[in-house]
Design a binder for this molecule. Structure first.
Ligand SMILES: Nc1ncnc2c1ncn2[C@@H]1O[C@H](COP(=O)(O)OP(=O)(O)O)[C@@H](O)[C@H]1O
Ligand SMILES: [Mg+2]
Length: 309
């Protein structure tokens, strides 16, 4: 369905835009139907930039993004694209106009996308979408954003996606602002959507959330993929020292902050990329260390020797 191929993003920064900042370098991965892919990385690693490029909110500096084989940047029909791909962002409050009641938000979708729908039919569809995200239509429709909770607003955004019957949802740090019990609700909701065949790109800096929701994981560092593959493999047997350090820094219930990092973080641990046979380098810059588990060079000595040569 969605495919990124060698995607890069360069921002012009500095007083006169004279400096270049490479926020994303040569990123390739796919999101299939009914698949949840989590995009994990620290703040500033380029996750939102990737999400924004997929949503056509930022231009692509290099590489291609395709949906069913068609380049999304050259698609003329923006509306057609947004019928299929939508985003939900971190701060649900900023996504709503504070002076619009919830019904107005849905009325706008009707005007834009379903002008022919009859009033009764439309009302039923809105109610169905709200119920599918476990919101009570009678309770939310007449309300202004400030009268709804963060979890309710986020679920409304997801209801909006359901209403449009999209195929891919880009969810950028959507859980971060919610409290623990609401988090589980929204996560379960994503699982329902996946069961309906929706593809989800789940952007997060929180490893445990990524582990909980996703089928596959892409680990990003400084705009580059360091490791990716089936979530159970990436989390169960991380091959890149960066992934291991991320996992080691997740607070564990019984571990103290002062616990030493795992032994295999030592510098002389062999680089999984360079240890793997050459035939396994099936993607640019990545070696397939086992089926559906890819790793980049750890920045080891081997690559430095090659750079000098
Ligand atoms: N509009 C922009 N203009 C210039 N630099 C940006 C812009 N948006 C993001 N950046 C920079 O690009 C890098 C990646 O940012 P971002 O994609 O937001 O990362 P993340 O979502 O992983 O925290 C950061 O260094 C950030 O400062
Ligand atoms: Mg971000």
């Amino acid at each position: 369905m969605l495919k990124l191929d060698g995607v890069s993003k360069i921002y012009r920064v500095g007083a006169f835009g004279g400096r270049e900042l490479k926020a994303v370098s040569d990123v390739s991965f796919e999101v299939g139907e009914g698949e949840v892919v989590s995009l994990i990385g620290e703040s500033g690693s380029g996750k939102s930039t990737l999400g924004r490029m997929i949503l056509r909110l930022a231009s692509v500096s290099g590489g291609t993004i395709t949906l069913d084989g068609r380049d999304i940047t050259s698609l003329k029909d923006r509306k057609g694209y947004y019928r299929q791909v939508q985003g939900v962002f971190q701060d649900p409050f900023s996504c709503y106009n504070p002076v619009f009641r919830a019904d107005r938000v849905f009325a706008m979708i009707k005007e834009q996308y379903f002008p022919q729908a009859g009033a009764d039919e439309w009302r039923k569809r809105v109610e169905g979408a709200l119920e599918s995200v476990r919101l009570d239509p009678g309770n939310v429709l007449g309300k202004y954003p400030h009268q709804l909770s963060g979890g309710q607003l986020q679920r409304m955004l997801i209801a909006r996606a359901v209403l449009l019957d999209i195929r891919l949802l880009v969810a950028d740090e959507i859980i971060s602002m919610l409290d623990a019990s609401t988090r589980i609700d929204v996560l379960n909701l994503l699982a329902d959507l996946r069961a309906r065949g929706l593809g989800i790109l789940f952007v997060t800096h929180d490893l445990s959330l990524g582990n909980y929701v996703s089928d596959r994981t892409v680990v990003l560092r400084h705009g580059k993929i360091v490791e990716m593959g089936r979530t159970d493999l990436v989390f169960g047997d991380p091959a890149h020292p960066y992934t291991r350090s991320l996992l080691a820094s997740v607070p564990r219930l019984h571990a103290k902050w002062t616990d030493a990092l795992p032994e295999d973080m030592a510098e002389d641990v062999p680089c999984a990329y360079h240890e793997a046979p050459r035939e396994s380098r099936t993607r640019p810059g990545l070696a397939e260390v086992e089926g559906n588990h890819f790793v980049a060079c750890s920045g080891c000595g081997a690559s430095k020797i090659k750079e000098k040569a």
